[in-house]
Write a new protein. Sequence first.
Length: 147
Amino acid sequence: MNKAQEGDMVTVAFQGVLNDGTLFDASDENDPLNFVLGDNQVIPGIELAVFGMAVGEQKTVVIPPEAGYGFRQTKLIEEVAIDAFPEGLELNVGDQLEVINENGTPFHMLIIKRSKQTVVLDANHPLAGRAITLQIELLAIDRPTFN
């Protein structure tokens, strides 16, 4: 039986659940997840889970933070003066801001605290520091052929 190996384009259906049972992400039946195994296009825990699976195989895996979205980092939390933002910009706790870093790369920061003078922004991934459970089904393997 053909098993997924490094370099294969794989197609998977998945459902991601937190420890409390909250669904945080799932593939759509019309739009499954496609990635090249070993190309670091997805979190390491997904690659490890899919490696060696056969088409049609299903499994449930618990992915710890170090193989998922990493650990929360305090250096990614920053307090910024309200004056640093454009006038009239809504700055509410729970809102996300798209910020452009010095390299021109956009990323998202969550407003986690606000006072009259400052807001506290968090650039950690929302799932950083959390173990996640994935239910995965391998739908297809497309192995490159060389002539």
